[in-house]
Design a protein around this ligand. Structure first.
Ligand code: SAM
Length: 404
């Protein structure tokens, strides 16, 4: 794939819609809603619950406006990435105690690595947690492996796993407790260097992926799955490639948060919960704006899940108490307020469903920029979808190897 062409085409497609994806809907309501074409909103308002769910999955049931249809088709085409197909099944004993997500991930990563790592003899995992990947790589490939994490408790659990793995050559896996940072770290930097060395990062939060890339310039192979893009600093952490710099998009922290939300196929229950949570939260926001306009946007925080299932009055009381605010309304008045703004909260919800269509494209832009940076460093680079997004939604692998 030509990453530069793809990034250029995506930025051209996304730039005219930046008012939608770069701003928070709720924080800027009602101005934010005005950025959504009327035809899109009337179409979304015409959908029933099943239609809304289809829209959330990226489909356009019924008779969508042409502009929305062609945008989604183009976004779909430009975010499509090749799939890695292979699976290296774990033995029953190796899979024991791992959750379904971890088994799914490790089985695919092992298969992905096998044909690409013939010359690799040692590896390092940034944010290796309990070291499951490390342990199973040692078993499969007989590499020497260093698993680095700043969480000592996770590593201690990992050592327990290692003690239980009777057939494993234990001296081959070493846990290093430290925080990996930009800048020189003489104790660990050599681990990332050498054509026989592989550098791994399986779900490196935010800028940790960039730290991994910078430390691995002399590695034989780099494998990274990004996550938590909202932990990136929009001004500092992107674009990172020279080509990306010439095709800069107006990323904001709201856009970065949106990039973490690309996820397909919610179950009916998950969709219903999301709708309920949004409905309660939006009604509270409208209430606060009317009663306390001088406060502007008020952060309400996440409520315990069970609270969203209660009436609006119960949810609102809990949040208002936490905020130390008194609206002087009875339970019945609060519930009737919620009913009176329901068409507006639905509109805010529909704007979110429409805005979510940009999530995967923003993630792909971030990863294309990283892929191009690695090409600029002289690596041969692949971007592949590896995990089933229902199990592991941050499913795109960035794989870089030395051309020689
Ligand atoms: C999302 S978890 C992924 C864990 C593991 N790779 C996996 O796939 O299960 C991210 C891990 O990175 C670790 N981490 C985050 N920032 C780090 C840093 N700067 N240096 C070392 N470890 C870090 C966290 O402690 C956490 O264990």
């Amino acid at each position: 794939m030509n990453f530069r062409d793809r990034l250029e085409a995506l930025t051209l497609l996304l730039r005219p819609w930046s008012e939608l994806w770069s701003r928070s809907i709720l924080q800027n309501w009602p101005e934010s809603g005005a950025a959504y074409p009327d035809s899109w909103l009337s179409y979304a308002e015409s959908l029933d619950e099943a239609g809304e769910r289809r829209l959330d999955e990226g489909a356009l049931p019924g008779a969508p406006p042409q502009s929305l249809q062609s945008l989604l088709l183009a976004l779909h085409a430009l975010t499509e990435l090749p799939w890695h197909q292979g699976v290296q099944r774990l033995a029953v004993a190796d899979a024991q105690g791992l959750n379904a997500k971890k088994i799914h991930e490790v089985e695919r990563v092992l298969a992905l690595l096998e044909p690409r790592t013939r010359t690799i003899r040692q590896a390092v995992d940034i944010g290796g947690g309990m070291g499951h990947l490390a342990r199973l790589c040692v078993k499969s490939f007989n590499w020497t492996f260093h698993s680095i994490d700043r969480d000592a408790a996770l590593q201690e659990k990992g050592r327990d796993w290692l003690r239980r793995a009777r057939t494993l050559p234990r001296d081959k896996l070493c846990f290093i407790h430290t925080s990996v940072e930009d800048g020189p770290q003489p104790a660990i930097d050599p681990l990332f260097s050498g054509r026989e060395s592989a550098s791994m990062g399986l779900h490196t939060c935010g800028p940790l992926a960039l730290t991994q890339i910078r430390k691995s310039q002399d590695a034989g192979l780099l494998l990274n799955f990004g996550c938590c893009y909202d932990k990136l600093d929009a001004a500092r952490d992107l674009p990172v490639s020279r080509f990306g710099e010439a095709h800069r998009l107006p990323f904001t922290r709201h856009a970065l948060f949106l990039a973490t939300r690309g996820r397909r196929d919610k179950t009916e229950a998950e969709f219903a919960l999301m709708k309920r949570v949004y409905g309660q939260r939006f009604a509270l926001d409208l209430l606060l704006r009317r009663r306390f306009p001088e406060r502007g946007f008020v952060r309400a925080g996440d409520a315990p899940k069970a609270l969203y299932a209660e009436s609006f009055a119960v949810y609102a009381r809990d949040r208002l108490d936490r905020l130390g605010l008194d609206v002087g309304m009875t339970e019945a008045e609060l519930n009737s307020f919620e009913a009176s703004v329901r068409s507006e909260t639905r509109r805010i919800f529909l704007c979110h469903l429409l805005r979510d269509r940009f999530a995967r494209a923003l993630e792909v832009v971030i990863l294309l920029d990283r892929a191009i940076l690695l090409e600029e460093m002289g690596f041969q680079v692949e971007l592949l979808q590896v995990f089933d997004p229902r199990l592991s939604p941050r499913n795109i692998a960035l794989i870089a190897s030395r051309a020689d």
